[in-house]
Write a protein that binds this ligand. Structure first.
Ligand code: MTE
Ligand code: MO
Length: 160
């Protein structure tokens, strides 16, 4: 992956849709960065950019009520209420100074501290979308194919 590869696009209910490269994420101020995400419960470590700082950069509109998290590479999608996660969620993008590895959910992984257990709430562990390429802000709940029960969940995590 080169420094100019686009890692993320943010669109939908935003005034200024934008794409971000690794260099763009590195250019955020220190106040936008979470250093060592294990302090906030993320198991695999790394550093992150706050969701709120990314949303400020695209100027999310007042109509933005849901956050769509899309991984097109493995067709995994979640749509969660924005307001409760906006101040605390972040996108993990770097580990040991390099882009986050696919093994850790990279190049970008969404993470909400204090998420609920899998399929017990809209904001659950399953919403910590790995390989996330696209954030889409919407007024209504959008497409979501997270597992709905234990059986579906077990099938998703089956080695293939
Ligand atoms: N892209 C993508 N993200 C995903 C998943 C997935 O299958 N694909 N599984 C989700 C589910 S159901 C859970 S419980 C967590 C598991 O995170 P872990 O692999 O770090 O344990 O990732 C979530 N993020
Ligand atoms: Mo899950």
């Amino acid at each position: 992956m080169s420094g100019s590869t686009i890692l993320l696009r943010i669109d939908g209910e935003v005034a200024k849709p934008r794409q971000f490269t690794f260099a763009d994420l590195e250019a955020f101020a220190d106040s936008a960065r979470v250093v060592d995400v294990t302090r906030h419960g993320a198991k695999r470590g790394g550093d992150a950019i706050l969701l709120s700082s990314l949303l400020d950069a695209v100027d999310a509109t007042a109509n933005a009520c849901y956050l769509g998290l899309h991984s097109h590479s493995d067709n995994f999608h979640a749509s969660i209420p924005l307001e409760p996660v906006r101040p605390r969620a972040f996108l993990i993008y770097r580990q040991h100074g390099a882009p986050l590895s696919p093994e850790a959910g990279g190049p970008l992984r969404f993470f909400v501290p204090d998420h609920a257990a899998c399929h017990t709430d809209e904001i659950d562990e399953c919403a910590n979308v790995k390989f996330v390429e696209h954030l889409e802000l919407t007024a209504e709940k959008g497409f979501d194919n997270r597992p709905l029960d234990d059986e579906e969940h077990a099938r998703l995590h089956e080695p293939n």
